[in-house]
Design a protein around this ligand. Structure first.
Ligand SMILES: Cc1cc2nc3c(=O)[nH]c(=O)nc-3n(C[C@H](O)[C@H](O)[C@H](O)COP(=O)(O)OP(=O)(O)OC[C@H]3O[C@@H](n4cnc5c(N)ncnc54)[C@H](O)[C@@H]3O)c2cc1C
Ligand SMILES: C[S@@+](CC[C@H](N)C(=O)[O-])C[C@H]1O[C@@H](n2cnc3c(N)ncnc32)[C@H](O)[C@@H]1O
Length: 597
């Protein structure tokens, strides 16, 4: 079997692996090297990486162990590590395994190559089902109720090391032979990578190349040459002196607010071993903006690939996986519909950037109309990873196992403020974290026979969802002058929501009568740069806010980043992305401009 990719791949796409699988041996044509030992890849992984770093004996009860691997390949090292972990980890231990990969393999190849290792079959099946789309950036996969997390960092190793928030207790270097793949073994990169090994941490690699050992030595590691596996005479191990930090995360944390943000923070804290409690007002989860019955998860469209867009893309991938895992998926696709000449041009410009086709794909009016089932006379962007969410189910499923209470939290306890538009009234921090509140009215209509099976998330300036409990949700108004207690839907709001619709959609729905529509009003909280915000306000007091109109898409990943910060764990996110969502960025910018002292 030969899988090749000879076209010149534009920068937005990750290059595909160019591999040949012959007689059970997987070879990269790009690097002219094999993925693992011809003798027995699993035995090699165990000898070089697991024994080479004393992996199992260094796990601590109730603590998190972080592994970093360069060259994820088929995932064999990950599976071998997970297998060792499930067999021998002490009680309460957790594994976070980050792996860098620049040329992700097709999952069919991964799966067939692992046929050689039947003892890993069940783990391999769990892995291949969850493999993420091949989009640059971090992808987080959770196994065993979050006790095992795989973080796939897709991109070139040189673009990742030194630019992401990485700390590891164990490092595996596995990037083809240094003589065949200089990119993976550059001296500067290795020294930076070695610097991310925590005190007491250990590193192993199959190579004994002199420059690799020297670079690791420059990173302050103690380096040794030991016996290699099989026909390889030598390999390298290294360690950093010092006592290993014990990352105990079993802390009680009060999360105030049970909307998308609060539930997502609690979920991430729980996965990382903490003990969160959600404190909501009487009435249950999702009383604020997160109480809309359905919502869309769509990517943010941007022509640049700056930190805001990279955050949005990672968050979108993260959020969609959370939705699949929670079983609250409504519909199977998402479409942005152009409604002006300007949008037609913008969509074409985006498509010309050659994004992966499952991220976005340009549809001509006729193609869009075919897919939609009604006439649309402009361009559209299809996002096959997008979709809609039954928000009520989503909140319930994602908070399962977390205590939810109406009691006020104990003042002495560690707090996360996740109160949406309630934040300015609760904390006087507007000077540092300026928030704008805007009311939004959605409209609800009973599905029509022709719309009952409609299964796409639509965005067109307004938005429309597939039906849930026989109701379509569409919206929304954007009102800055409404009082926080004015929650009564208005007929002019329904008019507005219908007027946002492209004509084809409105006709498809039988031109609904605004007077017959039901509705709901709630408030969004946005920051002045429209990016969300999270971080630590003061010791033991944390905040997550500013999700604006994108809580379902941004909330889960933002909450994950906050949870890692609260627990002092590496997030593996890009450093400039972390800055772009840090609540302190406004103060920093104002200080730079001399606006504050
Ligand atoms: C009309 C409209 C449509 C939207 N559609 C979409 C969409 O399709 N897709 C999308 O991604 N996003 C959408 N959004 C945005 C999304 O709904 C919000 O970003 C998200 O709900 C914000 O979540 P949150 O948890 O920060 O705030 P909220 O949902 O407002 O939650 C805050 C919670 O805190 C609780 N609380 C407040 N004070 C206290 C207190 N003192 N003690 C305890 N609890 C307290 C509240 O009861 C509430 O449940 C929409 C927003 C609006 C307004
Ligand atoms: C020897 S294989 C890794 C085998 C893997 N550890 C396993 O368990 O199957 C090396 C991997 O490094 C990846 N790689 C090579 N050069 C890279 C680079 N510059 N950046 C990121 N990944 C790279 C290759 O695509 C390949 O998957």
């Amino acid at each position: 079997m030969v899988i090749s990719n000879d076209e010149i791949l534009p920068e937005r796409k990750l290059p595909a692996a160019d591999v040949v699988l012959e007689d059970g041996i997987l070879r990269s044509r790009r690097h002219d090297d094999i993925y693992f030992s011809v003798d027995d890849g699993l035995a090699e992984a165990r000898h070089v990486f697991l024994q080479g770093t004393n992996f199992l004996s260094r796990l601590e009860p109730h603590a998190i162990h972080h592994v970093l691997e360069t060259g994820f390949g088929t995932g064999l090292n990950f599976l071998a590590t997970w297998d060792a972990f499930r067999r021998g980890a002490p009680e309460g231990a957790r594994l976070r395994y980050a792996a860098i990969e620049g040329y992700p393999l097709d999952t069919n190849i991964m799966s067939s190559i692992h046929d050689a290792f039947p003892e890993l079959r069940d783990l391999c099946d769990q892995l291949t089902i969850l493999m993420p789309p091949r989009w640059r950036g971090p992808h987080h996969l959770f196994f065993e109720q979050g006790r095992v997390e795989l973080i796939l960092l897709y991109g070139q190793v040189n673009a990742i090391i030194g630019r992401h928030d990485i700390v590891a207790d164990t490092i595996f270097l596995d990037g083809f032979s240094p003589s065949k793949n200089a990119d993976m073994w550059g001296e500067e990169m290795l020294t930076t990578l070695g610097a991310s090994l925590a005190p007491g941490g250990r590193l192993a690699t199959f190579t004994a190349a002199g420059h690799v050992r020297r670079s690791l030595g420059l990173a302050g590691l103690q380096v040794a040459r030991v016996q290699g596996y099989g026909r390889k005479r030598d390999m390298t191990i290294a360690h950093r002196e010092g006592a290993a930090p014990t990352q105990l995360t079993k802390r009680r944390i009060a999360v105030i607010g049970g909307g998308i943000a609060g539930v997502s923070v609690a979920r991430s804290l729980q996965r990382l071993g903490a003990l969160p409690t959600i404190h909501e007002l009487p009435g249950g989860l999702g009383q604020g903006a997160s109480g809309n019955r359905a919502g869309n998860q769509l990517p943010r469209l941007a022509l640049d690939d700056g930190p805001a867009h990279r955050f949005a893309r990672s968050a979108f991938a993260f959020a969609r996986r959370e939705t699949y895992a929670s079983g609250s998926e409504l519909g199977a696709n998402g479409l942005h519909l152009a409604t002006s000449d300007q949008m037609d041009e913008r969509f074409k410009a985006l498509a010309a950037q050659h994004w992966p086709s499952n991220y976005l794909q340009l549809l001509a009016p006729a193609e869009a109309s075919d897919l939609l089932g009604f006439a649309h006379d402009r361009m559209a962007l299809l996002h096959s990873w997008a979709g809609s969410v039954d928000v009520k189910d989503w909140l319930l499923a994602r908070s399962s196992g977390v205590e939810v209470t109406n009691d006020k939290p104990n003042k002495a306890q560690e707090h996360v403020f996740a109160v949406g538009a309630g934040l300015p009234a609760m904390l006087q921090i507007g000077e540092y974290l300026p928030l704008q509140l805007a009311a939004g009215q959605i409209s609800l209509m009973r599905h029509r026979p022709q719309s009952r099976a409609f299964n796409m998330a639509l965005s067109y300036g307004g938005y429309f969802t597939p039906s849930v409990d026989s109701l379509h949700v569409f919206g929304a108004t954007f009102e800055h002058d409404r009082c926080l207690d004015d929650l009564q839907p208005r007929t002019d709001g329904h008019h507005h929501n219908l007027d946002l619709m492209p004509q084809g959609l409105r006709q498809f729905l039988g031109d609904p009568d605004p007077v017959q529509l039901a509705g709901r009003v709630s408030f969004r909280a946005s920051t002045r740069d429209r990016m969300p915000a999270m971080g630590t306000l003061s010791p033991g007091r944390h905040v997550i806010t500013g999700l604006g109109s994108r809580g379902l898409t941004y909330g889960p990943y933002l909450a994950y980043l906050l949870a890692t910060r609260i627990l002092s764990l590496p997030s593996f996110a890009e450093l400039d992305v972390l800055e772009a969502v840090d609540w302190e960025r406004f103060q920093k910018r104002d200080r730079k401009k001399g606006l504050i002292g």
